[in-house]
Ligand binder design. Structure first.
Ligand code: NDP
Length: 447
């Protein structure tokens, strides 16, 4: 085992050396490598064929200039990224993020996570991710459209339904996917529906895709609760963020009998002891694109500017905003306040310190690559519908999503058991996700 850990340590050193300054990518790689020792001792062939080493190196990384004109006629400049990380299981698949914090290290961490998440779904999709440091906040509709058109004018040559299939992420929702798809269609003169997912329902989109990540995370949590003989009934839940994942996680929690008492955005958080009023929240965030204090003012709820939503006592915490938003201090407060379940709706929202504290306190913890896989899984269902020129009903699609989430949950627990860490969803998710993609890489030879 010491020899195995040495090998994995050397691989991690190589990740650090080859990707200087990309701290989020280092963090994501370390988390996976730390789980793989028991697999590598059982299957030395993964090391012999340099499978893990190749997994840590993206197949292709594209960085491009995105010039566009704002409403005043000024030329603005952003940087675009697409990291095509691994296509052993299928076309590269993963969202686009538009946020000023985006740089190569963020895109690589997200792309790396995506490989294992997509593998866990059991569907034929590889891993990739992209985005831009463009800040959509305060931009007019026309500016958003011109930015998306410029972004796609370079991206189109790298993607395709059999090559690489982007979707949304932070700052990229239905409106942006529409502008991106429109420009792709115009440049290529092809109605290639399967090239992007998250499309609108009248032009190739799938029922449940909008809801899928949030719903999926709550389905996953529901399975965790059932494993402990519990349910959402009467549980107090805190959700961070108030974007796509947060809103639909809140909706599903409320449908299953829990109460979401707080949510947030980057300006602060609201506490609403009566339970979040979803119609108002959707109106404020999705239609009016306003800040969360507008919800609090109109609802008569408490607004706390700045501050941490994790100060609000709850049974269940659902971080659904962004990476590293829940640190060791926040975890400590949650544990002291009696939180017993945490599921990551966002990608890597809990820092390594927080995850360690949850494990020590026996808090049931679901990592993002398992709990938030419902979004990409439903994207794969959208690709299936596009390929067969079909469109499924809401209920049928939601049943498929619920089945997939149950499957991921069970696979995590079974794998954790098999590799000597019963009940540990982190180990289970990392190893189960790794094995499927590693076996495909072995079969495909040194490519
Ligand atoms: P949205 O852009 O719809 O919403 C993001 C939310 O998080 C907003 O409320 C935003 O507040 C808040 N937020 C973002 N950055 C920060 C920050 N630095 N500090 C505090 N709050 C912040 O994105 P999504 O809901 O789509 O994505 C949320 C998370 O879920 C991301 O980690 C994403 O990678 C992950 N995810 C998303 C999937 C999807 O299908 N959409 C699939 C799987 C994972 P504000 O508006 O003030 O910035």
């Amino acid at each position: 085992m010491a020899h195995v850990e040495g090998t994995l340590g050397t691989l991690y050193d190589e990740v650090l050396r080859r990707n200087p300054g990309e701290t989020e990518f280092h963090q994501a790689a370390k988390e996976v490598l730390d789980s793989l020792a028991p697999v590598v001792s059982k299957h030395p062939e993964y090391v012999d064929a340099a499978v893990i080493r190749r997994l840590c190196e993206p197949e292709r990384q594209i960085i491009f200039r995105v010039p566009w004109q704002d409403d005043d006629g000024n030329v603005q400049l952003n940087r675009g990224f697409r990291v095509e990380f691994n296509s052993a299981l299928g076309p590269f698949k993963g969202g686009l993020r538009f946020h000023p914090s985006v740089y190569l290290g963020i895109v690589k961490f997200l792309g790396f996570e995506q490989i294992f998440k997509n593998s866990l779904t059991g569907l034929p999709i590889g891993g990739g991710k992209g985005g831009s440091d463009f800040d959509p906040k305060g931009r007019s509709d026309g500016e958003i459209m011109r930015f998306c058109q410029s972004f796609m004018t370079e991206l189109y040559r790298h993607i395709g339904e059999y090559t690489d299939v982007p979707a949304g992420d932070i700052g990229v929702g239905g409106r942006e996917i529409g502008y991106l798809f429109g420009q792709y269609k115009r440049i290529t003169n092809r109605y290639e529906s399967g090239v992007l997912t998250g499309k609108g329902l009248t032009w190739g989109g799938s029922q449940v895709r909008t809801e899928a990540t949030g719903y999926g995370a709550v389905y996953f949590l529901n399975e965790m609760l059932k494993t402990q003989g519990q349910s959402f009934d009467g549980k107090r839940v805190v959700v961070s963020g108030s974007g796509n994942v947060a809103v639909y996680a809140t909706e599903k929690v409320e449908q299953l009998g829990g109460t979401v008492v707080a949510c947030s955005d980057s300006s602060g958080y609201v506490v609403d002891e009566k339970g979040i009023d979803l119609e108002l929240l959707k109106d404020v965030k999705e239609r009016r694109r306003a800040r969360i204090d507008v919800y609090a003012a109109e609802r008569g709820a408490i607004f706390v500017p700045g501050g941490s939503v994790w100060d609000v006592p709850c049974d269940i915490a659902l971080p659904c905003a962004t990476q590293n938003e829940l640190d060791g201090d926040a975890a400590d407060r949650l544990i002291k306040n009696g939180t017993s379940y945490v599921a990551e709706g966002a990608n890597m929202p809990c820092t390594p310190d927080a995850v360690k504290l949850f494990a020590e306190a026996k808090v049931h913890f679901a990592p993002g690559k398992a709990a938030n896989a419902g979004g990409v899984a439903t994207s794969a269902l959208e690709m299936q519908q596009n390929a067969s020129r079909d469109s499924w009903s809401f209920d049928y699609t939601e049943d498929r999503l619920a089945d997939i989430m149950r499957g991921i949950h069970d696979r995590c627990l079974e794998t954790a058991d098999e590799y000597g860490s019963p009940g540990d969803y982190v180990t289970g998710a990392n190893i189960a996700g790794f094995i499927r993609v590693a076996n495909a890489m072995l079969a495909l030879g040194v490519v």
